[in-house]
Design a protein around this ligand. Structure first.
Ligand code: HEM
Length: 263
């Protein structure tokens, strides 16, 4: 794990001290004091509904039930390629930003693994299969807009995608492996974080970084609102996929199979 944390940050300005770690703010608090709500906890709680909406799309519900064909899976990953290409370009560009730098972890980068997966799924000319759509371009445009105008809010996009990949993403990978009958990691390296030994510990470290960000109340709320937007962008991407998935199923149903042979 890299340590891009900027230790020069004035810790006194931190308004959301994390209390999950020994030796943190909880030490001085009376035993009966109510547990402090860290920024990471607020982010999780306040985006819970947006999370539910995103995971309740018919596309994701289908994925969870194991009703998925390779074509839809490839299409989903092609969309994700555009998102991560934008996100990682902007995170890297702002890696020395006092806030973005604190949650910048190159071990999270997914662009290269998506390239590997898409090449395995589509062959050498995979790039021509990566097509933009209205939902994808809205999401990508927002990420670049933030990179140009308000990089702090990129934190919300990093949080929504990477913590999701380390959480629900792992569930999706297991189900996709089974339902698509994938052997080895063909098409699934995106879900594998080889350089992260302990996903749970990593997520806790990431949450600590979030909670230590020097955000005043207004900015904290803006990051939360942006995270809700990030979930909504993902939701729209899944809703779009649902349309193409249904078309795919319709094409394949008469043959009694919805699975295309892998290249
Ligand atoms: C397949 C559907 C999904 C399932 C089953 C799922 C499941 C989960 C679970 C179990 C957690 C808690 C993990 C933990 O506390 O360590 C989690 C957290 C999270 N998920 Fe999902 N998820 C799904 C879809 C999504 C989507 C579509 C996104 C957004 C792109 C997303 C983003 C997140 C984020 C950001 C967290 C971290 C919450 C936090 O602790 O602050 N998830 N998910």
């Amino acid at each position: 794990m890299t340590d891009s944390k900027n230790n020069e940050i004035d810790r006194e300005t931190v308004s959301n001290k994390n209390t999950d770690q020994p030796g943190s703010g909880r030490v001085d608090a009376p035993a009966s004091a109510k547990e402090e709500i860290t920024f990471a906890k607020r982010l999780r709680t306040e985006t819970a509904q947006a999370h539910r909406f995103a995971e309740s799309t018919n596309f994701i519900k289908g994925v969870l039930k194991g009703v998925m064909d390779l074509e839809s899976f490839g299409n989903m990953q092609a969309g994700m390629y555009l998102v991560y290409e934008a996100l990682e370009a902007e995170l890297e560009r702002h890696r020395d930003h006092p806030l973005v730098g604190q949650i910048y972890f190159p071990v999270l980068s997914r662009k290269a693994s998506l390239e590997t997966d898409l090449e395995n799924l589509y062959g050498a000319h995979w790039r021509s299969q990566v097509r933009t759509t209205p939902a994808r371009s809205e999401y990508v445009d927002r990420i670049h807009w933030l990179g140009d105008n308000d990089p702090t809010l990129l934190v919300a996009h990093s949080y929504t995608r990477y913590l999701g990949d380390l959480s629900g993403g792992q569930v999706i990978a297991k189900i996709a492996r089974r339902s698509l009958k994938i052997e080895g990691n063909t098409g699934l390296t995106f879900f594998q974080f080889d350089e992260i030994e302990d996903g749970k510990a990593f997520k806790n470290e990431y949450r600590n970084r979030l909670s230590d960000l020097p955000l005043d109340e207004d900015r904290a709320q803006e990051v939360i609102e942006e995270a809700k937007q990030a979930f909504a962008f993902n939701q729209r991407i899944f809703e779009e996929l649902e349309g193409s998935w249904i078309r795919t199923l319709a094409n394949f149903l008469p043959l009694g199979s919805n699975r295309r042979k892998r290249a």
